[in-house]
Ligand binder design. Structure first.
Ligand SMILES: Nc1ncnc2c1ncn2[C@@H]1O[C@H](COP(=O)(O)OP(=O)(O)OP(=O)(O)O)[C@@H](O)[C@H]1O
Ligand SMILES: [Mg+2]
Length: 447
């Protein structure tokens, strides 16, 4: 028995609502039809369902075509001014979570995030270190359909290989030495919410296979348990690596890359948005003033000039940290000597080293305390080298969010040697640690 004639469905003169209503009536008639066999009824109902889905799909396609046809008359995105695009997002009640800037690439990323957020599609965010990937993940969570549900952040690069599975999926008591009780993994904790897989490019291949399985089956198994647990988690991943290239080189699974990057956002480096640097000074200057309960710091022309031309390898994070630093250290006006030694212009560094050594001499403490003779070249070199070492370590920890293992990996150093250097300088990695597990991005102080 043929139920419907699909010919004519493509016509736009059909009222979709009317057609759907007819199908619904037809479905309910069938459901209660007294004379048909049960098998027939099911067959017919299935056909009716297929028809309804076809009509729905057609309707969506139709709306899409209409929108595309309208487009040439409307103003296309690049023609809209940045301010209009930002305003449009505000008008649509978009939550920025403190994301600042009108750079076209950034705005495009925010516009994609706006569309992707309410869906459950996986999002992959890439960009250099400090470009706001984690912030963007929070934006997606906040604008999504699960904002009041957990947001769990996992730094895939910071988990030792042997603990990875247990961290992500949990374990059963006795599963391995030290597993003294049952423990939930990050995926279970993020159930109904969002899991942010940071530094996904650092995930070893064995972990990638396991993650792929979760993405496909939406279920996990705790280590040492046969029981499968269903998890409904929205996945947002981030990396500062080129995953496509890594997958071509066989270092990242291609199937996982495609699974994760259904929506792919790339954030601009600060070099690509240099024109916004002055605005970022005021934005973070005000923010730092509020956090530090002081008046916004002013800059000498020299410092301003320097900061406007500086390369910012650590991107917005570095700029933000610099502004917080000078706001903390300076009085009303900040100058070059308030900058960290490793980026301070050379002549300033030399001046500061000599004056520090002189201070030590005056106070009778430090490396010159036992001698009245002027410092030797080798001592000056050693002092400068110590300073550079300390600044290098502090900067590295800032950039890796206080993760010593990650810093060791990045600088290809032995971890215990690195620990020893940190100890030598009295630097505590935990002072540089990210705050995670929260959707709040503002007022946290620099990271
Ligand atoms: N567009 C932006 N507006 C305001 N603040 C920003 C912006 N982008 C980044 N930040 C700030 O810069 C800092 C670093 O951002 P975030 O941690 O999101 O960077 P990231 O890309 O994840 O860095 P990494 O690769 O090193 O982990 C944070 O303090 C964040 O709030
Ligand atoms: Mg990050």
């Amino acid at each position: 028995m043929k139920l419907f004639n699909p010919v004519g469905l493509g016509s736009t003169t059909v009222s979709y609502a009317g057609l759907l209503e007819k199908i619904e009536i037809f479905r309910s008639m069938l459901r209660w039809a007294p004379k048909l066999e049960r098998g027939d009824i099911e067959k017919l109902l299935n056909q009716a369902n297929t028809l309804r889905d076809d009509v729905m799909q057609l309707s969506r396609k139709e709306r899409f075509v209409e929108a595309a046809e309208l487009e040439p008359h409307a103003v296309s995105a690049p023609e809209l001014t940045a301010r209009m695009r930002r305003q449009a997002l505000i008008d649509r009640s978009f939550i920025f979570e403190g994301t600042f800037g009108d750079n076209p690439t950034l705005l495009a990323a925010l516009e994609i995030a706006e569309k992707a957020a309410p869906t459950d599609l996986p999002v992959l965010i890439d960009g250099e270190s400090g470009t706001g990937k984690e912030l963007m993940a929070k934006v997606i969570h906040a604008n999504g359909s699960r904002p009041d549900k957990p947001y769990i952040s996992v730094n895939c690069g910071a988990i030792p290989d042997n603990l990875l599975e247990s961290e992500l999926f949990g374990h059963k008591k006795g599963a391995f030495t030290g597993a003294s009780s049952d423990r939930k993994g990050k995926f279970e904790s993020a159930h109904t919410g969002t899991i942010f897989l940071d530094e996904i490019g650092e995930l070893p291949l064995s972990g990638q296979v396991k993650l792929l399985r979760v993405l496909e089956a939406h279920e996990i198994q705790r280590v040492g348990s046969d029981e499968t647990i269903a998890v409904d988690t929205r996945i947002v991943a981030a990396t500062n690596r080129n995953l496509r290239q890594m997958s071509e080189q066989g270092r990242f699974r291609e199937d996982l890359f495609y699974r994760l990057s259904v929506i792919h956002l790339t954030l601009p480096s600060l070099r690509e948005r240099r024109d916004e640097i002055p605005l970022l000074f005021s934005y973070f200057g005000d923010e730092a003033a509020e956090v530090l309960k002081r008046r916004p710091v002013k800059m000498t022309p020299k410092l301003r000039e320097f900061l406007l031309n500086y390369a910012y390898p650590g991107n917005i994070r570095e700029l933000r940290n610099l502004i917080y630093r000078i706001s903390c250290l300076a009085g009303d006006v900040a100058d070059l000597h308030h900058l960290p030694e490793d980026i301070r212009p050379r002549e300033q560094l030399a001046l500061a080293t000599v004056s520090a050594l002189n201070r030590d001499e005056d106070s009778g403490e430090g490396i010159q305390s036992t001698s009245a003779v002027p410092i030797s070249l080798s001592e000056a070199k050693r002092a400068a080298s110590d300073e550079a070492e300390r600044a290098f370590l502090e900067r590295g920890l800032l950039e890796t969010g206080g993760t010593v293992a990650e810093l060791a990996r990045r600088c290809e150093m032995n971890r215990s040697h690195l620990q020893m250097l940190l100890k030598k300088h009295g630097i505590r990695s935990k002072d540089f640690r990210h705050q995670s597990g929260t959707a709040s991005g503002k007022g946290e102080g620099p990271l």
